[in-house]
Design a protein around this ligand. Structure first.
Ligand SMILES: [Zn+2]
Length: 413
């Protein structure tokens, strides 16, 4: 009995997963659209959607789109995931913090915690802490762990999407070769998708912030490290092995300081928050943090403001070449340093005008992110709700469909 029954049940589970996944990606869809998106028969779709509605996972809503049944004079009945039916978790690791949030399926954040932590020093300790925080936010939101659809995670280093491991040793040494998704999934007990932090910042601003509806975007995360998330032609660009966007390690000054990557004079050594804090400390004494730099610069300290503007110029110098190559429509400045605002933005724009092709400069807007230092964690949530994950062997049916062009999704508003 059990053998074939089990196989049938798992096929049914797989097909249910395909339907849920299609709804997650499309927001709302008619039964005919679901059949097309999943490759399942209309009859199977009818059975599965009836079941999903009975389980309270899917709701019917009146269609008002110009779908095919309009031509027959009848508005299509659309199916959508019920936002109250489950939750998603987002975890954002910076070099010196962890942030964890839980949201419903409409991306409404229910609880969120942030902790200062030396993430670079020990991957195991950082992962343990994140798992504890995940339990805490679920408790605070009053939602059960078995209602979690999935968890998106941002890590400040290159992620090789073929293997889900953290690549390139020098950039995040304590994490190299670590199967981060599996490690966290083991700790949390549910599906985990891992991506680069700046890539998730780009996804966050694209789903909910300054880059909504824009297809060619460079998102800059300016913090302890400097990284770029690339949205090109509406798709996140990670490169062959996840290194795309590591602009913090582009050469800025051949005679500059030694970088943690082993190279010399990388952009990060000139414009990363620790470099600014060190220069500021020379004048003020003591030890200064990124928060101190931002506070002084926003309170009108002339020296701090000048240093941040110069950092913006350095970033703009490197960005100019990238703008020539990629011809983006929008550059979004994010990360903790972006809280300084105009002095940083003006520095970037000044260098773009000086070093990029006039036609490329004329085509691009440079704006401050609207999500602040929450862009990455909101992007981590969007990785699950908007489905920008990349298919990897062994991932669940929830992640089985190919990554799609980003489009505003009704369930995410
Ligand atoms: Zn470097």
């Amino acid at each position: 009995m059990g053998g074939s029954g089990g196989a049938l049940r798992s096929l049914r589970e797989l097909n249910r997963g395909l339907v849920v996944d299609a709804l997650r990606r499309n927001g709302a869809a008619s039964r005919a659209e679901l059949a097309r998106a999943t490759g399942l028969s209309r009859a199977t779709i009818s059975t599965l959607t009836a079941e999903l509605m009975k389980d309270g996972l899917v709701v019917e809503r009146e269609g008002d789109r110009d779908a095919e049944s309009h031509r027959a004079g009848r508005p299509p009945v659309l199916l959508a995931l019920d936002p109250r039916a489950g939750t998603v978790l987002g975890i954002d690791f910076g070099h010196s913090h962890v942030r964890v949030a839980v949201a419903d399926l409409s991306s409404r954040v229910l609880a969120e915690h942030r902790d200062e932590l030396d993430v670079d020093r020990s991957a195991a300790a950082a992962l343990d802490r994140a798992a504890e925080m995940a339990t805490a936010v679920l408790e605070e939101a009053g939602v059960p762990a078995d209602g979690v659809f999935g968890c998106g995670v941002g890590i400040p280093g290159p992620i090789d999407q073929r293997t889900g491991t953290v690549g390139s040793g020098p950039i995040l040494p304590g994490w190299t070769g670590l199967p981060a998704a599996k490690e966290l999934a083991d700790r949390l007990g549910f599906e985990v998708d891992v991506d680069n932090d700046a890539t998730l910042g780009a996804l966050g601003e694209s789903a909910h912030g300054a880059a909504r509806g824009v297809e060619d975007v460079i998102y800059l995360k300016l913090a302890t490290g400097i990284g770029a998330g690339l949205l090109l032609g509406g798709r996140l660009h990670r490169g062959a092995t996840g290194i795309a966007g590591e602009i913090g390690h582009i050469l800025y000054d051949p005679q500059g300081k030694l970088c943690r990557c082993g190279s010399r004079g990388c952009l990060e050594t000139a414009a990363g928050a620790p470099a600014i804090a060190a220069l500021l400390a020379e004048a003020y004494g003591g030890e200064l943090t990124t928060t101190d730099v931002v506070r002084l610069a926003t309170e009108g300290d002339v020296g701090a403001e000048r240093l941040v503007r110069d950092a913006g110029r350095a970033v703009g110098r490197v960005l100019a070449d990238i703008v020539n190559v990629l011809n983006p429509e929008l550059v979004v400045l994010g990360g903790e340093l972006a809280a300084v605002g105009e002095p940083l933005r003006e520095g970037v724009v000044e260098s773009l005008r000086r070093y990029a092709l006039p036609a490329a400069t004329a085509a691009v807007r440079v704006e401050l992110g609207v999500l602040g230092d929450r862009a990455e964690v909101l992007g981590a949530l969007a990785l699950v709700t908007h489905g920008h994950g990349v298919r990897r062997p062994g991932t669940s049916a929830l992640h089985a469909a190919p990554a799609q062009v980003l489009s505003p999704s009704p369930i995410i508003r």
